[in-house]
Design a protein around this ligand. Structure first.
Ligand code: PXL
Length: 278
């Protein structure tokens, strides 16, 4: 079996990060090892009064044990990280567990809707830029791209602008950046990727629904990492991720008010199992 290690927080309630990555990657038939970076009572997007317990010291201990066991992974995939100093620890993890045969995915979780998530600082953004330089794939949304590249946030996309952003993201040092939440018209929403080695662009779109759901970025990154681990091409991985996000949004719409903190992705896992087999 293929193995992925995913490094991100566990938000005990709220359907994001590890509580999303674990079921999704498992459903794709891939063994999922986890390193929790922090334990929160809920995610930080809309809840107040959440608890936060940093697990930075554990990351190093876990990595040392795994090194002694000679564990290897087809992919190393990081999501929400708890602090700027934690990113240095994760960077060391990359140095210890990257091999010529595996790849690194950094989902640069920084913010949404033009704003940084609660508790994040400029130092955090600067360290995330360095982590992106070590990745084979990164998958920012437009907010995160604007923070990483230091341009004013905008929702006005053109193909030329998206291609320019992707090129500049690749200049951070990552081979294949992916921009999520791309819209060129009212009807469609999707993602765009750029393989800087091949100098090729890829686009994938599905029906746009005018409703933002928390945790869809984590779902996208998990499906993309799973698909790439299964050996799918960039275009196939993009198509699978965009399609599954559309499935999740459609499944959530009937209960979207009650589900303001996440999506009903669980109802779509059967479809994902089928997509992964195709
Ligand atoms: O979905 C990204 C995410 C992950 N983990 C935590 C978060 C968020 C976004 O708000 O707060 C703890």
């Amino acid at each position: 079996m293929k193995k992925i290690v995913t490094i991100q927080d566990i938000s005990c309630f709220g359907k994001c990060s590890l509580t999303v990555a674990l079921p999704i990657i498992s459903a794709m038939g891939i063994e999922t090892a986890v390193i929790p970076t922090a334990v929160l009572s809920t995610h930080t997007g809309g809840f107040t009064g959440y608890t936060f317990h940093d697990l930075s010291d554990d990351i190093t201990d876990i990595a040392n044990h795994w090194k002694a066991l000679d564990l290897r992974f087809e992919a190393i995939y990081t999501g929400y990280l708890g602090s700027a100093s934690q990113m240095r620890i994760v960077s060391d993890f990359f140095d210890n567990f990257k091999t010529p045969d595996n790849f690194i995915v950094v989902d640069p979780v920084l913010g949404d809707h033009g704003r940084l998530y609660a508790g994040f600082t400029d130092e955090f953004v600067a360290n995330m830029r360095k982590l992106c330089a070590k990745a084979d794939y990164i998958m920012p949304n437009m907010t995160e791209a604007s923070l990483l590249l230091d341009f004013p946030y905008t929702e006005n996309f053109t193909e030329t602008f998206v291609k320019d952003i992707l090129k500049r993201l690749a200049e951070l040092g990552c081979r294949t950046p992916i921009l999520t939440g791309v819209r060129f018209d009212e009807e469609n929403e999707g993602a765009a990727a750029y393989d800087s080695k091949k100098d090729e662009y890829y686009f994938s779109f599905d029906k746009h629904v005018d409703r933002r759901l928390h945790g869809t970025g984590d779902i996208f990154a998990s499906v993309f990492t799973g698909a790439a681990t299964l050996g799918k091409s960039v275009q196939q991985s993009l198509d699978m991720s965009v399609r599954f996000i559309a499935d999740c949004i459609e499944a959530t719409m009937p209960c979207a008010d009650e589900m303001w903190y996440g999506s009903c992705f669980e109802l779509c896992l059967g479809k994902l199992i089928q997509y992964a087999k195709q």
